[in-house]
Design a binder for this molecule. Sequence first.
Ligand code: GLC
Ligand code: CA
Length: 574
Amino acid sequence: MRTNDWFKKMSFYQIWVRSFADGNGDGIGDLYGVYDKLDYIRKLGVDGIWFSPIYPSPNADYGYDISDYRDIHPDFGTLDQFKKVLEKAHSLGLKVIMDLVVNHTSDEHPWFIESCKGKDNPYSDYYIWRDRPNNWDSLFEGKAWEYNEQRGQYYLHIFAKKQPDLNMDNPRVREEVKGIMRFWLDMGVDGFREDVINFISKKEGLPDGLPFLPAVNGMPYYKDGPHIHEYMAEFRKVAEEYDCFQLGEGPMTTVQSALKYLSGPTKSLDMMFGFDHMMADCVYTEYIHRPFSLVKLKKAFSKWQYALAGKAWNALYLENHDHPRVISRYGSERFHRESGSMLAASYIFQCGTPFVYQGQEIGMTNIRLWNIEQYVDVSTKNNFHTYHVKDDIKDRLKRIHLSSRDSSRTPVQWTAGKNAGFSKLKPWFYVNPNYRRINVEAQEHDPDSILNFYRKCLALRRHSETLIYGTYREYFPKDPNIYMYERRLKDIRYLIVCSFTRLPLRLRIPKEYAGKKGKLLLCNYPEGRQLMAEHFKERLKQEVDLLAWEHGMLRPYEARVYRFRFTKDKGVQK
Ligand code: GLC
Ligand code: CA
């Protein structure tokens, strides 16, 4: 039975196992490595782990093409090893959620192999077969239809060719999904991150899409499709038999359609990952690049914050395995420490449950390979060969540097030693050459590191009712350099101030804060080092106004968190 809402107080760490830590010395990250690093994860101050898929997979899309939903990829270990990880995680107070990828399987899944055999076998309707394809493009590899000789028909794949879409209209397929959920829930996992879950119901008749919308022309017919909420309700029922938490991934979802999954009679998810804020420097997540715009980022942040307020709960993130590294996008590699830590403060204190992706906590950056052949991600290759063809080779590679998902999939940089301490043997993929400078070990010893700043942010959030449940308000939304937001509960207010520029700036002050004194609890410059510790020990007595620090200036990529107590006589309390 659901015991409700435990996820609101939490924060999560996402593991993409192949590149996390290699425990058995074959160059591939695995569950032995994860086991050894659980204490590190706990010490970061999170309360749960989301595992990107760790099931058997031919790796056409690195785990998101599953060939067996009830086992562990041999590269990563065994079911027994997974159970050990689960048990230790639980003993450390960490919840564990799995990736549930049911829009499609691998073409090597036994269901698909059977389905190819003909129209009269029990798996025949598990997938979407047609004699004639429509005009949809896939998101990852050419057209969305592939001809299968054996069956003599085309099958639909919204993603890569090796990822045939399941036919969710078939009740037997939905029963399979429920069976998979039960399998992992019975083992003790705490929930699911549900992959591209808003794509699972397709419009009857699969009508042609608009021809001038490359890649996404079919999306209006498979996003939030006609039966989506019925199917989601079926899965929700299973989740409710357990104390299971459900988080949906909603590519290209609007906040209005997200609300249907998150609230009201069709509520079927506890949270949803939106993508709006991932498009402050691109269109359609990385297909088309444009210069970073803080105003766009803030608009996206605030849109979700305001729309969900009091109705639903946000999932907060800046990175995952599908996006390039955020310092390289929204921050500055030159102001590595400053921008890396500022970015933490820019989202962790918003209203919602924060997610930190492996390596983000030390500010890993994008990798620059010199040849497209060196990249391994199917969508990176597709973008290069399909959507960027008009540019010359150098520009095309530059766009790949800016946008490739492979940047988030380089091995985690643990030490300055061989293979960045990730593995004894040569790692399966390139290590970012900056590992000598950027690594966990160095940051452990540096009190002002990005890692230690993440720890402080997560600790501050976890100990503050206001930062968890308070209302959100943004100040100066049009300011192109500063992101300023407030969290408020009763008479306590936190003001989070983030500079997104390398130039020093005069700090702007919201009217109601003029002359007001509060405690400065966090600052990502060295003088901020002890503030929070002092606050926790109740030794931080000094109250300052917003201008007192640094003559009212904000330094490059500076972040500050202030705490104010507003009394009633000011007439501002709600
Ligand atoms: C989701 C996953 C991504 C995967 C795609 C297809 O967006 O996060 O990694 O490629 O779905 O499964
Ligand atoms: Ca290994």
